[in-house]
Design a protein. Structure first.
Length: 421
C-alpha cells in the first residue's frame, strides 16, 4: 500500500529551485535513508512529505487519515516539560480532554443540573467522549509516556524539567518519544542521531527496528543507515535543481552500486567526448572545404555533423571524488603554553549540579575530545571553557593572547538543509 506519493513536485526558495519535477513513492513499512550534499533539499523534502510546506508545483497524495510524525533537526528549548510534551503529542486525545473538561464545567452549572433533559444530553455527550478517549488509548497514554522516557534513558528527575534545561541530546530523545507515542504510520526523521551518545544510538536503532510503519530518515551516520534502512534515496544537485535517485539496499550497498555507476558513467562520458571531438573536427573540415571550393554538399555535410552533436543525449561528467572541506586552525598569535585551565570549577543549572570540582588543563595546540552520556554536561563544560557561562565556584583561567571560538550544537540548524551523508 502506498502511504505517500509525490508526483512532479517542485520546491523553490526565492529564485533558486531546490528540486523540480521530483517524484517519490513511499510504501507502507518502507525503510528509506534520504541522503545528499548540503543544501540539496533533504529537510525541504521531508517537510513537504509531512505536509508542513506546500509545493510550488506538482501533487502530494496521501490517505486522508494518515498519521504522520516529523522530527526536526533541532528541538528548540521551551518551557514545556518532557512529560507534558509527550502527553500533548496526541492531538486527538488533547481535544477530547478539553471537551471533557468543558462538560465537567457544564455539569457543575446549576441550570443544567436542574434541567433533566439538558442534564441527560450532557451526560450522553460525556459518555461518547469517554468511549472515544478509551478507544484512542487515552487510559494507556500516561503509562506509554513513562515507558518511552524510561526506555530512552531520560532520568526520572528530568521528566518535569522544562526542555530548555535539558541537553541537546535529551531534547532530541524527547522529540523522538513524542513522535512514537502518537503511533504514526509514517515516521519522518531529520538527523535523529544528532547529539546522541552511543548507547542512545543503539536504542534508536532498536526502536526503529520495532516500529511497524514506514520510515524516511536523514542521517550522516552510515552505520545507522546500514542497520535501519532497506533503500537509499539520493538527492543529486544539478543546475536546474536536485534530482532524486533510488538505490536498493542499505548504505554500504549504495556505496558499492554508486562506485560502479560512476565508473561506468566515466567510461560513457569519455567515449562520448571522443565522438563529439571527431564530429567537431569533421564539421570544421567540411566548413573549410566549403570556403575553399564553393560546394553546397560540403555545407550540408557540416550541418548534418553538427545536428548529430546537438541531438546527442549528453552524458554528464561524473564527480568521482567530492570536494573536501579544508579547515586550518592557525593562531595569529602564539600565546602561552597553557590555553585554558579549570580549577575546581562547579556549575548548577536550575538548582541541579552539572559540573562539580572540574580540574582540567588544555595545552596550547592540544586536540581534546569530550565524551559522555547525554545530559552528563558536555555542552555545559564547553560553555564554561568558552566563557559563555561563569562557574558558581572555582575558576576558569584563559592564557594570554588566547582567542576562543564556539561552534554550538544548534548552529547548523539555522540553514535550510542538513549535511551530506
Amino acid at each position: 500500500m502506498i502511504v505517500t506519493d509525490l508526483a512532479a513536485v517542485t520546491r523553490a526558495q526565492g529564485d533558486r529551485t531546490i528540486f523540480a519535477d521530483l517524484s517519490f513513492t513511499i510504501q507502507d513499512r518502507a525503510r528509506i535513508g534520504l541522503i545528499g550534499p548540503n543544501g540539496s533539499g533533504k529537510s525541504t523534502l521531508l517537510r513537504t512529505i509531512a505536509g508542513l510546506e506546500s509545493p510550488e508545483a506538482g501533487r502530494v497524495t496521501r490517505p486522508r487519515e494518515l498519521r504522520i510524525a516529523y522530527l526536526a533537526q533541532e528541538r528548540p528549548p521551551s518551557d514545556a516539560t518532557a512529560m507534558a510534551t509527550l502527553l500533548d503529542a496526541h492531538p486527538d486525545l488533547v481535544r477530547i480532554e478539553r471537551d471533557l473538561a468543558a462538560i465537567a464545567k457544564r455539569l457543575g452549572d446549576p441550570s443544567v443540573s436542574a434541567d433533566l433533559a439538558a442534564l441527560s444530553g450532557v451526560l450522553e455527550q460525556q459518555e461518547r467522549l469517554l468511549h472515544a478517549f478509551d478507544q484512542a488509548g487515552g487510559a494507556r497514554l500516561g503509562g506509554r509516556a513513562v515507558g518511552l522516557l524510561q526506555d530512552l534513558g531520560i532520568p526520572h528527575d528530568h521528566w518535569e524539567l522544562p526542555l530548555s534545561a535539558l541537553s541537546g541530546g535529551q531534547r532530541k530523545l524527547v522529540g523522538l518519544a513524542a513522535c512514537l507515542i502518537g503511533d504514526p504510520e509514517l515516521l519522518l526523521l531529520d538527523e535523529p542521531d544528532n547529539h546522541l551518545d552511543l548507547a542512545r544510538k543503539e536504542t534508536l536503532e532498536r526502536l526503529l527496528g520495532e516500529f511497524d510503519g514506514a520510515v524516511v530518515i536523514v542521517s550522516h551516520d552510515r552505520y545507522l543507515l546500514d542497520d535501519t534502512v532497506e533503500r537509499i534515496a539520493e538527492l543529486e544537485p544539478t543546475t536546474s535543481g536536485a534530482r532524486l535517485k533510488i538505490w536498493e539496499g542499505n548504505y554500504s550497498a549504495y556505496v558499492t552500486q554508486k562506485e560502479i555507476a560512476l565508473r561506468r558513467q566515466q567510461q560513457d562520458y569519455a567515449s562520448q567526448q571522443k565522438e563529439i571531438a571527431r564530429l567537431e573536427a569533421a564539421v570544421k573540415r567540411f566548413e573549410l572545404w566549403a570556403r575553399i571550393v564553393v560546394d553546397e554538399r560540403h555545407i550540408k555535410q557540416a550541418r548534418n555533423k553538427q545536428r548529430q552533436i546537438d541531438r546527442m543525449e549528453k552524458v554528464e561528467r561524473p564527480v568521482l571524488e567530492r570536494r573536501r572541506m579544508a579547515l586550518a586552525f592557525r593562531p595569529r598569535i602564539r600565546g602561552g603554553a597553557i590555553a585554558i585551565r579549570l580549577e575546581r570549577a562547579a556549575l548548577a543549572l536550575d538548582g541541579h549540579p552539572v559540573i562539580r570540582d572540574a580540574d582540567l588543563v588544555v595545552q596550547n595546540g592540544e586536540r581534546l575530545g569530550v565524551v559522555g552520556k547525554n545530559g552528563s554536561g558536555k555542552t555545559v563544560l564547553l560553555s564554561l571553557m568558552s566563557g559563555e557561562r561563569t562557574p558558581d565556584r572555582g575558576t576558569v583561567w584563559v592564557g594570554p593572547s588566547i582567542e576562543r571560538g564556539v561552534y554550538a550544537p544548534e548552529i547548523h540548524s539555522q540553514g535550510r538543509d542538513s549535511p551530506t551523508t
